[in-house]
Design a protein around this ligand. Structure first.
Ligand code: ZN
Length: 246
C-alpha cells in the first residue's frame, strides 16, 4: 500500500464522487480512505454508500453519518437545513445502507497515520484549521506520524519537525508535498460540498512510499446535483451553495 486516495465530506453528492473516482490519477485502482460525512446535504446518499462499500473503501464516521444513523443528540446540533436532510436521508436509505453508516468507526489507523473526521479530542465536531488547534491535536496523538482529517471542507496542510514548530504549507494542485522526517496534519478538502470558494471536487493522494501528499481538484456536473436537490425538495440554499463553493 504505497498510494492511498483520501477523500472526505462527500455529502451524498454522487456525481462529484464519480468524477473523483474517474480521475486519471486513481485509474489503477488506488485504495480509498474516506474521512467521514458520506451523507447529509446531498441527494444521493444510497448511491454513495453502495459505491464506497463495493470498492471496499475504508471509511470513518462523520457528524452527519452519525445523525443519519440515529444519533438524535447530534441531530439537534445541526442547522435546520442539515437536520431536514438528515431526516430525509433516513427515509431514503435501506436497512443495509443504514447498517453500513452505524458500523463506521470514529477513527482509523492507516499505517503510522491516524484518521479522524474532526480531531482526536473531538472526533465528530472539532474543526482543525488554526495552528493552535493542530498543535493540540498532534499532542493528543504523540505516536502518530500524522493526522488525516475532514469536516472543514477545505484542503489544508500543516507540517513540522515537532508539534511546536508547524508551518502551514501552501497547496498547489498536482504538486506533491514532502513529509519525510516531519509530522503532518492534512485535510483532503471536500468531494461534495467544498467551502473554499472553488466548487470543484477536492481530494488528495497519500503516497507512503515517497512520503508525499498531493492534492487534486476535478470538475463535475454541478447542475445535475443541483437539479436532484431541487427535485427531492431539499432546501434550495444547498443547491445554490454548490455553485459558489462556499
Ligand atoms: Zn461535512
Amino acid at each position: 500500500m504505497a498510494k492511498i486516495a483520501v477523500i472526505a465530506d462527500i455529502h451524498a453528492n454522487y456525481t462529484a464522487l464519480a468524477a473523483v473516482l474517474s480521475a486519471s490519477i486513481l485509474e489503477e485502482g488506488v485504495p480509498l480512505l474516506c474521512a467521514g460525512d458520506l451523507v447529509g446535504y446531498g441527494p444521493r446518499p444510497g448511491a454513495v454508500i453502495d459505491r464506497l462499500s463495493e470498492l471496499g473503501a475504508r471509511c470513518i464516521r462523520g457528524n452527519h453519518d452519525a445523525a443519519v444513523a440515529g444519533d438524535n443528540s447530534i441531530l439537534k446540533k445541526l442547522c435546520w437545513q442539515a437536520r431536514e436532510v438528515v431526516l430525509w436521508t433516513r427515509k431514503h436509505l435501506n436497512r443495509q445502507q443504514l447498517r453500513f453508516l452505524s458500523s463506521l468507526p470514529l477513527s482509523l489507523k492507516i499505517g503510522s497515520w491516524r484518521c479522524y473526521h474532526g480531531s482526536p479530542r473531538c472526533p465528530l465536531f472539532e474543526y482543525l484549521e488554526t495552528s493552535a488547534a493542530v498543535i493540540k491535536a498532534l499532542q493528543a496523538e504523540k505516536d502518530a506520524a500524522g493526522l488525516i482529517v475532514g469536516h472543514l471542507h477545505k484542503p489544508l496542510c500543516y507540517r513540522g519537525s515537532c508539534s511546536a514548530e508547524l508551518e502551514m504549507v501552501k497547496i498547489n494542485y498536482g504538486e506533491p508535498v514532502d513529509y519525510s522526517g516531519k509530522r503532518m496534519v492534512f485535510n483532503p478538502g471536500s468531494v461534495g460540498q467544498p467551502r473554499d470558494g472553488d466548487p470543484r471536487a477536492s481530494f488528495a493522494v497519500l503516497d507512503t512510499g515517497e512520503a508525499t501528499v498531493t492534492w487534486y481538484r476535478v470538475e463535475y456536473d454541478l447542475q445535475e446535483t443541483m437539479d436532484r436537490i431541487r427535485r427531492a425538495n431539499l432546501p434550495d440554499s444547498l443547491a445554490v451553495r454548490l455553485a459558489s463553493g462556499l
